[in-house]
Design a protein around this ligand. Structure first.
Ligand SMILES: C[C@H](N)C(=O)N[C@@H](Cc1c[nH]cn1)C(=O)O
Ligand SMILES: [Zn+2]
Ligand SMILES: [Zn+2]
Length: 493
């Protein structure tokens, strides 16, 4: 960091951020209060309201804002639901500056107090330096940290070191429906002058040590429907004389993974790239505390016992998770019914070289084979409502080096360079459409509990995260002149 950017940070920017902590936390409180759950159809209005708040916040920064309608989505039951608009914002047009496009999402995973939250999930609550609330870390906190950093430059009347573009969506947790098409349409328009894309999502690998993410897995999400008759039945009257749909479904779901976590679908590992010596070295060099990770998960035992095996199975290999069954009785108490139709949901995280259409075929073949052996007269339907490819970036790019310097300035240490087992469907799509570098710059810590009960971001990470983004803007401004066509990314897996 040059002396002048260091001094503006130390003398003006960091003190401003420190002094405005309470305002920044109030902003997060206002956003967390919106139940912008994109998964449950009856909360779609709240997601749409959240998009208006995000648009208003960008407008207050002085950005030109356009809320682009994406039409509607059709649910499996045929119902049509409006999609929330995507908010496109632009701030600054200085031809001397580089233009960074920041992507974030303001939708959240479902949350109910009864799921085991200690506090109301939609009331941001500070306990011992942690800010608890749904979306605090995934992804409202990081989106606001970026906005706070821009606001700091504005408030201090410091010339913006870069031009900003914003792409804020409300359907990430449901697979970023409609966004790819919009980005494709905006390639020659809104996105045409973008130099870099920054995503701040996911978490560090540790509670204390910052990280930069250069790859995520993709995801193939499946629905398996088993349908018997046209109505639910009394299990005393019909139990024992019919093929029950839920019994079929459980057998199908039970055939997917063995107790060691190995996926049982023939061919599923065929395309997975072999582990290189470079990969192995990388895994060895990463600081990773297995006990800490195990404690964060709340489970007693992991499937693997070494750091290398764990990281390989999170980043390098596919995994299969079963998420739920629609139509099955799940409430407390006893209901002696045989459900007529049940739908199982599972997903397979995708790694480089896997092909989504091959995966779909392998899954369909496997489930049809298992089902055929049951001689059931029920109807089986398998579909893949979402397929997202994995993303990998080049850590040697100057963009990663700039982020590393910003982290050193704020946190006083170098980041881990890590991959992440989860999926941001749009990361790879941004890279493919814009042909520009994409970086994932998380500010949440490993114990933030994304998607879990008691999700939080610490006050420290939220505020230092705001500072690190401000430092990053200044670092990016120094990359002017380092961009050339030949350094464009290529994706060939
Ligand atoms: C990483 C991000 N916060 C996230 O949680 N993304 C979801 C996206 C997804 C994938 N399949 C369906 N939705 C995730 O990784 O589960
Ligand atoms: Zn997220
Ligand atoms: Zn998420």
């Amino acid at each position: 960091m040059s002396l002048s950017s260091f001094s503006v940070l130390e003398t003006e920017i960091f003190p401003y951020v420190e002094a405005h902590q309470s305002d920044f936390i109030e902003n997060l409180k206002e956003w967390v209060a919106v139940k912008s759950d994109s998964v449950q159809p009856d909360l779609r209005k709240e997601v749409i309201r959240m998009m208006s708040l995000a648009a208003a916040r960008l407008a207050a920064l002085g950005a030109t804002v356009n809320s682009v309608s994406l039409g509607s989505q059709q649910l499996l039951n045929g119902q049509h639901l409006p999609l929330p608009p995507v908010v496109l914002g632009a701030l600054g047009k200085d031809p001397q500056n580089l233009t960074i496009c920041f992507y974030g999402h303001v939708d959240v995973q479902p949350a109910k107090k009864e799921d085991g939250w200690k506090t109301d999930p939609y009331t941001l609550t500070e306990i011992n330096g942690n800010l608890y609330g749904r979306g605090a870390t995934d992804n409202k906190g990081p989106v606001l940290a970026w906005i706070n950093a821009v606001e700091t430059f504005r408030a201090l009347k410091i010339a913006m070191p870069v031009n900003f573009k914003f792409v804020i969506e409300g359907m990430e947790e449901a697979g970023s429906l409609g966004l790819e098409k919009l980005l494709e349409e905006e390639k020659q328009g809104f996105l045409s002058d973008v130099d870099y894309v920054v995503i701040s999502d996911n978490l560090w690998l540790s509670k204390k040590k910052p990280a930069l993410i250069y790859g995520t897995r993709g995801n193939a999400c499946f629905s398996v429907e088993v349908e018997g008759g046209d109505k639910d039945l009394h299990s005393g009257t019909f139990g024992g004389i019919i093929h029950e749909p839920l019994t079929d479904l459980i057998a199908l779901l039970g055939s997917l993974v063995d107790p060691t976590g190995h996926i049982q679908i023939p061919g599923i590992y065929d395309a997975v790239a072999a582990l290189t010596d470079e990969d192995k070295k990388l895994y060895e060099s990463i600081e990773y505390d297995i006990e800490e990770h195990k404690n964060n998960s709340g489970v007693k035992k992991l499937l693997y016992s070494t750091k290398e095996e764990i990281l390989q199975h999170l980043w390098h290999y596919p995994s299969l998770s079963i998420h739920g069954i629609e139509g099955a009785f799940h409430e407390p108490g006893i209901k002696t019914v045989i459900p007529a139709k049940v739908i199982g949901k599972f997903s397979i995280r995708q790694v480089p070289n896997m092909d989504l259409s091959d995966v779909k075929q392998q899954v369909v073949n496997h489930l049809e084979n298992v089902f055929a052996k049951r001689n059931s007269p029920n109807k089986l339907k398998v579909s893949m409502p979402l397929g997202a490819k994995p993303w990998v970036a080049d850590v040697n790019d100057p963009l990663y080096k700039a982020a590393k310097r910003a982290i050193r300035t704020v946190f006083g240490e170098d980041p881990d360079f890590i991959r992440d087992g989860s999926t941001i469907p749009i990361a790879r799509i941004f890279q493919t459409i814009t042909q520009k570098r994409v970086i994932m710059f998380p500010i949440g810590a490993a114990d933030d509990g994304e998607h879990s009960q008691n999700e939080k971001i610490s006050r420290h990470n939220y505020i230092e995260g705001t500072k690190v983004f401000a430092a990053f803007f200044l670092e990016i401004s120094k990359l002017r002149g380092q961009l050339c066509e030949s350094s464009n990314p290529r994706i060939n897996y």
